[in-house]
Design a protein around this ligand. Sequence first.
Ligand code: ADP
Ligand code: MG
Length: 262
Amino acid sequence: MILDLKGIYKDYQQGKMTVPVLKDVDFSMEEGEYVAIMGPSGSGKTTLMNIIGCLDLPTSGSYELAGQDVLQCKDRELADVRLNSIGFVFQSFHLLPRESALENVALPLIYAGVKKPDREKRAAAALDRVGLADRVEFKPTQLSGGQKQRIGIARALALEPKLIICDEAVSALDVSVQAQVLNLLQELKERLGLTYFFISHNLNVVYQVSDRVGVMYLGKMVEIAAYDQLYEKRYHPYTEALLSAIPQVDADDRTERIQLNR
Ligand code: ADP
Ligand code: MG
């Protein structure tokens, strides 16, 4: 198991009010798994992501990441865990507009204290992995949306983490570019043995890529199952509503679709 969360609660303080956001979430992932998380806006997906990504701590519960008890870590250790074990890919890329592709990708390496010559070599290698070896000197404004997200992915990979967290990573891209970025993520996953925690509101995307799908609703993980299982069982009314919006597709068709998108 790469990560294991048990009984996670997260409250936010809103003036004098306590707002419960995550309510008793149990969630774990095996190494190499591709798990997609769905759920309506405000259901707690980003809050859970922040906890998994060691950007925030739960109010209570337990969290083990790669065998380490995250909640026992000091701030400094937590920052180290985050930097070295987890890569983040965001919907809006979060690139520094005035810096080159190479400098953007090198940013986490600066935080990790990697010296300049080594940093540049490793950032260039990460850009090469996402097919942007010929764009190292380009600024984000000189690149397309798909290229910007590939820089985002290269940056996430710069320190060679095993866990990649994607928050709506392809949502800002148009459909054909989405497919390219999804295929790149899949290829990198196979090549580098990555594990993906992938938040998406797009059922088509989730269907194409995930080993399991988690559905969040009002701060709870109301379902977690392989897509096909989820399609058959759909215990929760929200899942029912979500899935009844699309036509049934069988397993053969799914394989075909994935190949078509390669
Ligand atoms: P999602 O990503 O599923 O849209 P979020 O995890 O962003 O949902 O938010 C879940 C709930 O927590 C929302 O009701 C939101 O208003 C609340 N929330 C998120 N962050 C904060 C915060 N820093 N302070 C107070 N409330 C927050
Ligand atoms: Mg969110």
